[in-house]
Ligand binder design. Structure first.
Ligand code: ADP
Ligand code: ADP
Length: 239
């Protein structure tokens, strides 16, 4: 069951002349034609050198970046301006820097999007938030504010917040890169548990242990293109 279909995706930055500037900004062809199919239940790790476009690729999928050309279909629906709200409801995202709402409590962070979108009634949204807090092991932090939590705890809450929407896919953009080393394990462990539930995950990461143990596909991007797309056993056994 195909969940994402990407065809001829390109992304070029630059080329616009900013107000008062004499010259346009330099042209940078970051993605030079990405074709890929992602299937339900895939756990894909995206690897490649810094600046090769991994984050840009992920952000094109949910239109945080507008592709320069190409097409993206999610569950059969074209990811364009007219469908983006529906797409984002089913496509969660976890960022490097957590991006929790600082003025809301932990539990309110989990309740905000489902409440704004009127996904369920108030009691059901609250019950779901409680269930997710238990699942990420942070029930005791429901009424705390994000800044009082450790980085690892904040990222676990960010994952719970994504899950509060019952997404079909979660995009992770270097979810452990901003963490102190002692907190990386707790976040990877939670991601591993998620992977075992069968949810589709796309993970930009430098954590090769996670890629090897948890993913079923490792995609190596370089020079704006997919260079390898293999099960981790094969990719990591190549010289
Ligand atoms: P990666 O995630 O693989 O490290 P990125 O997708 O973040 O790479 O960035 C790819 C390239 O595009 C980098 O050279 C980066 O500086 C550049 N880039 C990213 N976002 C923008 C932007 N908004 N404007 C101009 N250049 C950008
Ligand atoms: P995060 O760490 O939360 O993933 P980043 O630090 O990668 O965020 O990027 C933050 C923002 O800066 C993004 O919107 C990205 O597109 C933009 N950006 C990254 N590189 C460049 C660049 N070279 N020029 C302009 N904008 C950039």
């Amino acid at each position: 069951d195909k969940i994402l279909e990407v065809r001829g995706l390109t992304k070029t930055y630059g080329g616009e002349t900013k107000k008062g500037a004499k010259q346009p900004t330099p042209i940078l062809d970051v993605l030079k034609g990405i074709d890929i199919d992602i299937y339900r239940g895939d756990v894909v790790c995206l690897i490649g050198p810094s600046g090769c476009g991994k984050s840009t690729f992920l952000r094109c999928l949910n239109r945080l970046e507008i592709p320069t050309s190409g097409s993206i279909k999610f569950e059969g629906v074209e990811v364009d301006d007219s469908h983006i709200d529906a797409v984002r409801q089913k496509m969660g995202m976890v960022f490097q820097h957590f991006n929790l709402f600082p003025h809301l409590t932990v539990k309110q962070n989990l309740e905000l999007a489902p409440t704004l979108l009127k996904l369920k009634d108030k009691e059901a949204i609250s019950a779901k938030a409680d269930e997710l807090l238990a699942r990420v092991g942070l029930s005791d932090k429901a009424d705390a504010y994000p800044k009082s939590l450790s980085g690892g705890q904040q990222q676990r809450i960010a994952i719970a917040r994504a899950l509060a929407m019952d997404p079909d896919v979660i995009l992770f953009d270097e979810p452990t890169s901003a963490l102190d080393p002692e907190m990386v394990g707790e976040v990877l462990e939670l991601m591993k548990e998620l992977a075992h539930t069968g949810i589709t995950m796309l993970v930009v990461t430098h954590e090769m242990g996670f890629a090897r143990e948890v993913s079923n596909r490792v995609i190596f991007i370089d020079d704006g293109k997919i260079q390898e797309d293999e099960p981790p056993q094969e990719l990591f056994s190549n010289p």
